[in-house]
Design a binder for this molecule. Structure first.
Ligand SMILES: [Zn+2]
Ligand SMILES: [Zn+2]
Length: 344
């Protein structure tokens, strides 16, 4: 059954960085030959959205519809779309398009593509009733995620999974610094794979520490505390540069510190001995299709359950303010439509 498509849609629009989003009625976007039109079920709210809206990421398309954790249904295809069909349940992440021709794309580092486009940053995203996306970066989702709970997998889940995949598979003790949206997904996968998780939170954030323990963290404490055992690896999700030397201090020789955020405050200088012993510090950027496919394959098996706080489309500013204030429990998600895949 085809649904009748409207000619307009509602969207929350960033007209000017540092200003609140504005609810607008816009013409329905038209997919190009390689794109699909998606009816958005839900779109997660990511910390990166805050960095865009607050003007810290300085190259947004303007006006812009933010949002890059999109769960939705394909309702129309561009002429050259072969991978997807109408009625498919898909997820759309931050990385929206890669050229396939630059040196990075050619050496399997499409996440670093020179001509990449980014959902909800350099092209419009999912704080809207409809959006368009390139077929190559639409990922089929398990039907169990045909609702707002699937959204956090598309960025928080992916960046966490990519960060985790940088760690040697033999690592047992893994520290996670910053226990929010990404951490609460990753811990479920890591524990499923037999890892011991040490969760570090803001000082005195007992609520987040209890949440980590509920998700079966082996230990949870303040980021200023030393873990009870040496760590084999650390993943930093908090955008706090001083956690880099702290995490280096906590890991054993040969260990790695993965910085899982797109933005971080300055890293203070530290003595070379913290890096000595072949310790590694690295960042992760964006994602590859391989990461997305791997995560979306394992997530329903675990099964990963996301803790979400639902807001409606017109409440996007409220949701962003809650995220900014650190009062969101789990991940904030805009529920935009309650349409399920089975309705097709
Ligand atoms: Zn994100
Ligand atoms: Zn490229």
């Amino acid at each position: 059954m085809r649904i009748e498509l409207p000619s307009t849609m509602r969207a929350m629009v960033l007209e000017k960085p540092t200003h609140p989003l504005v609810l607008k009625t816009l013409p329905l976007p038209v997919p190009s030959s390689q794109q699909v039109l998606i009816k958005v079920i839900a779109c997660g709210i990511c910390r990166t959205d805050l960095h865009i809206i607050d003007g810290e990421l300085t190259q947004p398309k303007l006006p812009l519809i933010p949002g890059h954790e999109i769960v939705g249904i394909v309702v129309k295809k561009g002429d050259e779309v072969t991978r997807l069909k109408e009625g498919d349940l898909v997820g759309v992440p931050w990385l929206a398009y890669t050229c396939g021709e630059c040196k990075y794309c050619k050496r399997n580092q499409e996440n670093l593509c020179e001509r990449a486009l980014f959902t909800g940053y350099t092209i419009d995203g999912g704080y809207a009733e409809y959006t368009v996306a390139y077929q190559q970066y639409c990922f089929l989702l398990s039907s169990s995620y045909a609702n707002p709970s699937g959204s956090p997998l598309l960025c928080a889940g992916l960046i966490g999974y990519r960060s985790y995949s940088m760690i040697d598979t033999h690592a047992e003790n893994i520290g996670i610094y910053g226990f929010g949206a990404a951490a609460h997904i990753l811990i479920q996968i890591a524990i499923y794979q037999g890892k011991k998780i040490f969760a570090f939170t803001r000082e005195g954030d007992i609520k987040a520490q209890r949440f980590a323990l509920k998700l079966r963290a082996y230990w949870a404490g303040d980021s200023t505390q030393a873990p009870p055992e040496k760590l084999d690896a650390a993943i930093i999700f908090a955008p706090v540069g001083k956690l880099v030397p702290k995490a280096l201090h906590d890991i054993d020789k040969g260990g790695i510190v993965v910085c899982g955020g797109i933005h971080m405050s300055n890293i203070p200088s530290f003595p070379y001995e913290l890096l000595w012993g072949e310790r590694i510090v690295r960042s992760v950027a964006n994602l590859t299709r391989k990461d997305a496919e791997a995560l979306l394959q394992i997530a329903p098996k675990v099964p990963v359950k996301t803790e979400i706080q639902i807001f409606y489309l017109h409440q996007a500013n409220e949701a962003l303010n809650s995220l900014r204030a650190g009062t969101v429990h789990g991940a904030a998600v805009l529920q935009i439509s309650d349409m399920q895949a089975k309705h097709f």
